[in-house]
Design a protein around this ligand. Structure first.
Ligand SMILES: Nc1ncnc2c1ncn2[C@@H]1O[C@H](COP(=O)(O)OP(=O)(O)OP(=O)(O)O)[C@@H](O)[C@H]1O
Ligand SMILES: [Mg+2]
Length: 252
């Protein structure tokens, strides 16, 4: 088991975002994490990725207790994240965003004598985007603030994918994407699985979830309500779990 989240709770003032939540994910497993707005999905992702600390409970990575204090800590555990609110730097270009915090330098000696290997980074960025079939960018040297929502999403995913060693957390990765790009992301998720990388996929799009996930875990109002093998459940059952059965009448 790569990741085991046990009895995690998180409060924001008087709001209980997570209440005694458990989650497991194995190497090469794709887990869909679903739930209505405010169910606690993003909060759980932020705890796993070191952005937030849990108030209670613990997290085990490869059976060792881990409490990442920052995304950098999480990265050392091989965990990368694409956040719902994208963490791209609008004023930097595509290449700089791809290598942010991971810049390649050349030369030896004191840092000020080295220089960023711009050519190497541009080549790496181009290769990564090409391998993900992200082909709608006219230039890698434009500030990402000038790109479309879907293009920005694609860059954020490409960056995380190229760095994820063990687990990729995707919070609504296809929300801003066109049909073809959403398909590309689904294909990519399945490709990661073949490399033994685990994926936690949050999506409101059950089509995405059913097309990729091995297992679907449902949160409602900050609590676990079930975890279902994708092959043995239906969108109707998942929606019923997400809503507590409120929506069942119109599904019939
Ligand atoms: N930084 C914060 N400060 C205060 N409350 C927060 C904060 N982050 C989340 N919450 C609250 O915690 C609860 C869970 O929010 P969270 O963002 O995890 O939900 P979600 O399942 O990701 O929803 P969505 O599907 O809308 O993205 C909500 O009630 C939300 O208002
Ligand atoms: Mg969210």
């Amino acid at each position: 088991m790569f990741l085991r989240v046990e009895h995690v709770s998180k409060h924001f003032g008087g709001v209980t975002a997570l209440n005694d939540v458990n989650l497991t994910i194995s190497a090469g497993e794709i887990v869909g994490l679903v739930g209505d707005n405010g169910a606690g999905k993003s909060t759980l992702v932020k705890i796993i990725s070191g952005v937030l600390r849990a108030d209670d409970g613990r997290m085990l990575v490869n059976d060792c207790e881990a409490a990442p204090r920052s995304p950098t800590d999480a990265a050392l555990l091989g965990i990368q994240t694409v956040y719902q609110d994208l963490a791209l730097c609008d004023n930097l270009d595509v290449v700089a965003n791809m290598f942010l915090g991971n810049e390649k330098v050349s030369g030896i000696g004191p840092f000020h004598l080295r220089r960023l290997s711009e050519v190497e980074m541009e080549h790496g960025a181009r290769e990564a985007l090409h391998s993900l079939r992200i082909t709608t960018l006219s230039s890698l040297r434009v500030p990402v603030g000038t790109l479309s929502g879907g293009q920005r999403q694609a860059i954020a995913i490409a960056r995380a994918v190229t760095r994820a060693a063990n687990l990729l957390l995707l919070d609504e990765p296809t929300a801003a994407l066109g049909v073809a790009q959403a398909q590309t992301v689904r294909r990519l998720i399945r490709e990661l699985k073949t490399r033994g990388i685990a994926v936690l996929l949050i999506s409101h799009n059950l089509e995405d979830v059913f097309a990729t996930a091995d297992r679907i875990t449902v949160l409602r109002l900050g609590r676990n309500v079930g975890s279902y093998p994708a092959a043995e459940t239906t969108p109707q059952e998942i929606v019923a779990a997400m809503t507590g059965g409120r929506e069942m009448s119109w599904l019939r």
